[in-house]
Design a protein around this ligand. Sequence first.
Ligand code: HEC
Ligand SMILES: [Cu+2]
Length: 391
Amino acid sequence: MSESHPSPVQQSTAGTSRRRALGNFLDRIDAWGREPLISPRPVRQAAPPPQGSRPNVFRWAVFAVVVFGLLIGIGALFTLINPLMPLAAAREATAIDTLFNFMLGIAAAIFLLVQITLLYLAIRYRRRSGDNEDGDPIEGNNALEIVWTVIPAAIVLTLAILSYRTFVNVRTAGREALVIEVTGRQFQWQFYYPEEDVRTVDVLRVPANRPINFRLTSQDMVHSFWVPNFRLKRDAMPGMITDMWVTATAVGKYPIVCAELCGAGHDTMRGSIEVVSRTDFSAWVEAEKTKAVDTSDPIAYGRSLFVKHGCSGCHTLTDAKAVGQIGPNLDGIGSRADRDFIHHSIVNPNAVITEKCPTGPCQANLMPQNFGQILTEAELNALVTYLYSQK
Ligand code: HEC
Ligand SMILES: [Cu+2]
C-alpha cells in the first residue's frame, strides 16, 4: 500500500485531538501488523526500509485467531444466558439448544469479526485530502485463499456431524414409552392415552423423565403440534400418523401451539402440557379412570360431553366455563331455540346458518359436520337436553 498520503497530524489542522488520537492508534496497529516476523538479515538491514512494505500475513493471522477466539467466547457466553428462549423443559430441548447455541456463537463471532475488520479498514484506508492515487493492484494471495477455504469447510463439516448426531438423538425411540395419541381438529387438540384409556381435550398431563411417544394425526386438515419448551414441532395430517419422541425433564406447565394456519380459529388452537412427577401422574390416571361420568343426570352428562367433544373450543357457554369465540354464544340457547332446532344444529350444522358469531357473521362449514356419526343417540340426547336447559 502506498504511503504517499500526508500524515494525519499534518493534514488535520482543524481536526480535534481525539480524532488524532484515534488516527495514531490505528496507525500503530497498522505498523505492528507490518513488522517482519523474523528480524531481517544484516545485509538487508543496511538497506533503507522498503517503500510500501507488505503486511505481515502471519502476524495478522495470529491476531485474527486471538480476536476470533475472544469473540467466540463472548458469543458462547451470550448464548448460555440467552434470554430470548423459553425454558428448556426436555432432554431433546437441551440437545437442540446446545447445537443452536453453537451455530449462533459461530455466526455471531464471524459477524463481529467481519464488521470490526470492515470498520477498521474503512477508517484506516479512508481517502485523505490530496490523495488521488488508485490502490495497488492485487494479484491474489494463496495463504489467504487457503485460510478462507479451510476454516469454513471445517465449520460446515463440524456442524453437519453435530446436526446429524442431534437429529438421531431426538428421533430415537425411548424404552417403556408412554404412548399418547394426538388428534388435531379445528380448533383443538384431542388426546388419548391408549394404555391408560384416558381422554382429555387441550390439556395434556405427562410424567417427567419418562420417554413419551406422541402419535399425531388430524381429523380435517394439516395442523402442527408444537411445544416451544420442548423445541419440537411435528405436522398432524389427516389419513396418516406421524410420531414425535420426547422426554420431559422440568416439572411445570407449558403451552401447546398449533403452528400451521388451519382456518379462522387457528390462533385459538392452543392447549397446555403439564409435566408432573411420576407419582403425581399415576395418581392422576387413577383419578381419571375412576371418575365415572354420571350418565343418569343428563345435565351433568351433557355438560361433560360439551367439553369432551370440543364444543367448548368454539362456543361460549358460561355454565360449562366455555369461552370459545368461533361459533355463536350459546348462553340462553334454551330460551331462543327448541329441542329440535338444537338437535339439527348439532347433526346438520349447515342446514341453518346462525347469523351472529362473536367475530362477525357466522360461516358455514366451520362447525364439524360429523357429530351425527361421532355421538351416540344417548350422548346426543344428553347434549340437547343440557343445551335446552340453558335458559
Ligand atoms: C370448529 C368450531 C365448532 C365446534 C367444534 C362446534 N361448533 Fe357449534 N357452531 C359453530 C359455528 C361456526 C356455528 C354457526 C354456523 C352454523 O349455524 O352452522 C355453530 C352453531 C351451533 C349451534 C346453533 C347456535 C344458534 O345460536 O343457532 C349449536 C346449537 C351448536 N353449534 C352446538 C354445538 C355443539 C353441541 C358442539 C359440540 C358437540 C359444537 N357446536 C361444536 C362452530 C363450532
Ligand atoms: Cu391447527
